[in-house]
Design a protein. Structure first.
Length: 413
């Protein structure tokens, strides 16, 4: 039985106790052992653990150009409370470009800091990398009075945010996002995770950062393919929530790909607004948040089956075309609308077809590892025209799709 002595830890008392299969003597003077008892004779006591909590996880997203100075100023103004010890988690590409500078500025400002860097790429988004971060922090004497600053793209913010959620049962973390994809999606919403050989992002936590910095100046050093990849999540946001934003992307694709500051700032803000609107209403993905999964049923599966030869955004781009085809087939999109989605994706220099090297059968089977799968059924989020998604019922935004229908769409691509 759990003692009541920890009740003070909770908002209100108290504690669970169950006597199932204990060796308590029975009442009425009988001396049966508990194993001799019939099920209905087992005595139980149930105490309710009341944990009604009001948590304010609000945070600011700073969008700008070169935000290291702002980060240090925020820390000095108490962003991380009284914490003086920071683990700067980053990857091998971002370390020399941005994380080293953040580390230097932390040390200059009198903080204790370390850089923990792992090899760049989706292949590092694993339990092993999380373990490496944790073991390094343990070895360097990090206890609970510390904070992780994740500097990098979605891989870094996902794995570092997950590590922060479990290190010392939870320490604060800050996201300093350096890719368009992280700006558009990964750094906002509090989802953190690692991949496993069987599926991406299934092991993780909802864990909100203290603050997010979106450094648009950092996009200048991104390889072009990473910019295109980030555009996929931006196009996804336009497809699911905002037809005018979709028009803007159609008219300004080249400016964005050239990292025009004004256009990039606009898309960074619009991405945040759209994602925020969805996440705010459904922090724990009970319904509405499913809409952010547009294009991800096929996208995630292709990403895994390609052995990560395709970047996340490239895979999502193909997934967006797949859902548009399905939406057209089911009458939710016109031929023209589905074509516009495909054309914008192509203009953003993203793939619109499944590469030849992908085994179609394996891809269809992989769809069953999607987190939306319910009662063994593959499910898709579908676009309704441009800038909206189909609502299939009360707070239900995905619909079952038979294996044959999914295979047919995949076969056509
Ligand atoms: N948590 C979420 O809600 C969420 C949402 C969308 C995507 N994701 C995840 O995000 C990941 C993809 O994000 P990503 O595309 O940012 O991947 P990434 O972190 O792997 O970054 C892409 C590449 O760019 C490099 N890089 C990063 N910033 C750079 C810069 N400024 N200049 C030069 N190189 C730079 C990285 O080293 C890496 O090689 C996936 O793992 C995906 O699952 C998470
Ligand atoms: Zn995504």
């Amino acid at each position: 039985m759990t003692s009541c002595s920890r009740a003070a830890d909770f908002t209100a008392s108290c504690i669970t106790a169950s006597f199932r299969k204990s060796k308590m003597p029975l009442c009425a003077g009988k001396r049966h052992r508990i194993n001799d008892m019939k099920a209905e004779e087992i005595r139980m006591s149930t105490y309710r653990v009341e944990l009604i909590r009001t948590v304010d996880d609000s945070y600011n997203i700073e969008i700008g150009f070169g935000l290291t100075g702002q980060l240090i100023a925020d820390l000095q103004s108490g962003l991380a409370g009284g914490i003086k010890k920071f683990a700067v988690v980053t990857d091998s590409n971002v370390k020399p470009l941005y994380a080293d500078k953040i580390y230097d500025r932390l040390v200059e400002a009198g903080y204790s800091a370390d850089i923990i860097s792992f090899e760049a790429g989706e292949k590092s988004k694993t339990r092993q990398t999380k373990e490496f971060i944790e073991d390094t922090m343990l070895a360097k004497g990090y206890r609970r009075d510390c904070c992780i600053i994740a500097v990098g793209g979605g891989v870094v913010t996902d794995v570092a945010g997950f590590a922060a959620g479990t290190y010392g049962r939870g320490i604060p973390f800050i996201n300093y996002a350096t890719t368009l994809l992280a700006a558009a999606d990964a750094s906002i919403g509090g989802k953190t995770a690692v991949d496993t050989p069987l599926a991406t992002n299934l092991i993780g936590l909802f864990n909100q950062p203290r603050k997010v910095y979106i450094d648009i100046a950092a996009w200048k050093t991104l390889p072009p393919r990473e910019i295109y990849s980030g555009m996929a999540e931006t196009i996804k946001h336009a497809c699911l929530a905002d037809g005018d934003f979709f028009d803007y992307l159609e008219k300004n694709t080249e400016r964005i790909l050239d990292i025009d500051p004004e256009a990039c700032e606009y898309i960074a803000k619009r991405n945040c607004e759209i994602k925020y609107r969805v996440v705010m209403k459904d922090e724990r993905e009970s319904g509405l948040r499913e809409v952010l999964n547009l294009g991800h049923t096929v996208g995630r599966a292709i990403e895994t089956v390609s052995g990560y030869r395709l970047l996340h955004g490239e895979a999502v781009a193909i997934g967006l075309v797949a859902q548009a085809r399905l939406a057209k087939k089911r009458g939710y999109m016109s031929e023209d609308e589905a074509e516009r989605v495909k054309n914008l994706i192509a203009r953003a220099k993203l793939p619109t077809e499944i590469p030849d090297y992908i085994d179609r059968k394996e891809l269809v089977q992989k769809l069953y590892t999607d987190k939306k799968v319910k009662d063994g059924c593959i499910r898709f989020v579908l676009e309704k025209g441009i800038g909206d998604v189909v609502c299939f019922g009360d707070n239900v935004y995905s619909t079952p799709v038979s294996e044959d229908e999914a295979a047919e769409i995949i076969g056509e691509m």
